[in-house]
Design a binder for this molecule. Structure first.
Ligand code: ADP
Length: 263
């Protein structure tokens, strides 16, 4: 039973212990609520594409003759929904992995410059499809002690978003520089922007500003929470500034001397 509480009547050590117990108990309640919310969210997110698939396949099955064109169209929709399910499951597995791997990151001293070049060349085809100019601006050469694959995933998620939420012919700049304490990777787009009231929520699991719109872009609502978790594991943080219809800037900050893990 997670709702146990011990009543406190005086202020001796026994009561301090009771107090600590009550605080722990409250924390456990919160974790339990979060876990239930998460399972409910996951179920809902998985059910949405499944319902579409069911509807599409039933509709095909119940028609005696189906025009070849309609048939192809429906199958292609089913195919996209399956991709969507796969994306959600991949992202969920990443999240579970990150929870497990907290203390088990594969740290290596890496030039962030090289990593960014590689990421940009991987994302170029996606930006070119929308005729978006994707630029890499290098203002410093920086080595960091990081788990390269994880950091790559975090940066890709954020640049990919910048491309997804920017109109055709837009611009996405990726700028690398540093202040005294941090390497800073700035990802700047001139896209649709994020409303002020949503800014504090975008790193939450499954949070999307506009569900209908992001569903079309293939988003799972998990990309930013994965990125945030990875950067936090590296003792860094992500900041965001945005103006609606003007664009968004994400700042990934990673400490220059994260000696914590140099052993
Ligand atoms: P999704 O898979 O939906 O993209 P994310 O966790 O990556 O989920 O992002 C959460 C939400 O934040 C997105 O649904 C989108 O509404 C908003 N968002 C993220 N990046 C940007 C951006 N560069 N410009 C505008 N909106 C963004």
């Amino acid at each position: 039973n997670l709702n146990q509480r011990v009543e406190i009547h005086s202020n001796d050590e026994f009561n301090q212990l009771a107090n600590a117990f009550n605080i722990m108990s409250t924390k456990l309640d919160q974790v339990d609520i979060q876990r239930k919310d998460f399972v409910a969210n996951v179920s809902h997110e998985l059910r949405t594409p499944l319902s579409s698939i069911k509807l599409l396949s039933e509709s095909l099955l119940h028609q005696d003759t189906v025009d070849e064109k309609v048939y192809k169209e429906f199958l292609s929709d089913i195919d996209s929904e399956i991709d969507r399910l796969n994306n959600i499951i991949d992202d969920l597995l990443s999240l579970v992995d990150l929870d497990k791997e907290k203390l088990n990151l594969n740290y290596k001293v890496t030039y962030i410059n090289h990593l960014l070049e590689k990421i940009i060349s991987r994302l170029k085809p996606i930006s070119e499809e929308k005729n978006i100019e994707l630029n890499y601006i290098e203002k410093a050469k920086i080595q960091l002690n990081i788990d390269k694959n994880k950091i790559q995933q975090a940066i890709i998620n954020i640049i990919h978003n910048a491309i997804k939420y920017t109109h055709e012919n837009g611009n996405v700049d990726v700028i690398l520089y540093s202040d005294n304490k941090n390497a800073i990777i700035e990802i700047k787009d001139n896209g649709i922007g994020i409303p002020e009231k949503d800014l504090e929520h975008i790193f939450e699991r499954f949070y999307r500003v506009d569900k209908a719109r992001t569903r079309n872009t293939g988003g799972t609502g998990l990309g930013l929470s994965i990125a945030n978790q990875i950067i936090t594991l590296h003792q860094g943080n992500i900041e965001v500034k945005s103006e609606i219809n003007k664009g968004t800037k994400f700042y990934i900050k990673l400490p220059l001397d994260n000696n914590v893990s140099l052993d």
